[in-house]
Design a protein around this ligand. Structure first.
Ligand code: GLU
Length: 295
């Protein structure tokens, strides 16, 4: 199997030092392994994606000295694949429509009997309001609604893919999680229920979600090693469950440290001051950028 890795930016703002670090780490690894480095444009959120940011991504990565094969995969062209997977999960009774908004979720999750709301990879862990509403209804007999968010019944999913096996799910971590997790990472169905909850797999405005598209795209691009920031370590358990449900291979993961500002805060898209384009305009060289991120 050819070593294949990827960099998967969203064209919703300028690439900053954190992106440069992630892309260069993945690129250098592909070079040293004699493998492939692929680029993927994660533009499912059409309300925030912009063509000029996509052009800027190509320009900045080229300037950094990176090359990648054409054509570049763009998520906005893959809705059919996402729909097929959603239909499959829906027909197996693993999804349900959710009509809760953020306020409803925050209120239900922090109701007095619930204690403090717990946070998962997608924010507040869904308290299950709509799950209860649909209990006892065989939704797979109905057509999959296209105009409502759909959530994955994580308990049912975990039961289906892991059954009674203990611990349940696993993946290979070649980097470090936020609590220095490394090596053979295992997790139980119970942990999934308690720390992840029923995540959204199809958003009303997108017709898919990050979690669903990322596993389908990594499989379609035959990615053998996912290189990305530590902030996505927790989400990897969702990805492993989806891979098992959809019969897709689980790549090895390398979660790397995050590049932070002087105050220790991780960089965000709005940190224009640390945009690669800004450093370029100020006369920095690609080697300067490597040095700035400790490479
Ligand atoms: N599109 C995601 C981001 O820009 C990357 C997701 C991933 O690498 O899995 O943060």
């Amino acid at each position: 199997m050819t070593f294949t890795t990827r960099f998967a930016p969203s064209p919703t703002g300028p690439l900053h030092l954190g992106h440069a670090y992630s892309a260069i780490v993945a690129y250098d690894m592909a070079e040293s392994e004699g493998g492939d480095f692929l680029l993927r444009i994660e533009d499912i959120d059409q309300s925030r994606s912009r063509a000029h940011w996509e052009d800027q991504i190509y320009s900045d990565l080229k300037w950094l000295g990176l090359t990648w094969p054409q054509p570049v995969m763009r998520q906005s062209e893959r809705q059919q694949t996402y729909n097929q997977a959603l239909d499959d999960l829906w027909d197996r009774g693993l999804l349900y429509p959710c009509s809760c908004n953020r306020k409803d979720i925050a209120a239900a999750a922090s109701a007095p009997q619930e204690g403090a709301a717990l946070l998962g990879p997608d924010g507040i862990i869904y308290p299950g309001t709509c799950h209860v509403r649909w209990q006892g209804t065989d939704l797979s007999k109905r057509a999959r609604p296209k105009d409502q968010p759909l959530r994955l019944d994580i308990a049912k999913a975990a039961n289906l893919v892991f059954g009674d096996t203990n611990p349940g799910g696993c993946f290979q971590e070649l980097g470090l999680g936020p609590l220095n997790e490394s090596g053979h990472i295992v997790f139980t169905p119970e942990e999934l229920r308690a720390t992840i909850g029923d995540v959204v797999l199809s958003r009303r405005d997108m017709g898919t979600s990050y979690h669903l598209s990322v596993v389908l795209d990594d499989a379609a691009q035959k990615i053998t090693r996912v290189v990305r920031g530590q902030d996505l370590f927790e989400a990897t358990r969702i990805h492993v469950v989806l891979q098992a449900l959809l019969d897709l291979p689980t790549p090895a993961y390398l979660h790397h440290r995050l590049i932070r500002d002087e105050a220790g805060k991780r960089l965000a898209k709005r940190d224009d001051a640390r945009a690669i384009a800004k450093y370029r305009a100020d006369g920095a060289s690609p080697l300067d950028i490597r040095a700035m991120v400790g490479l």
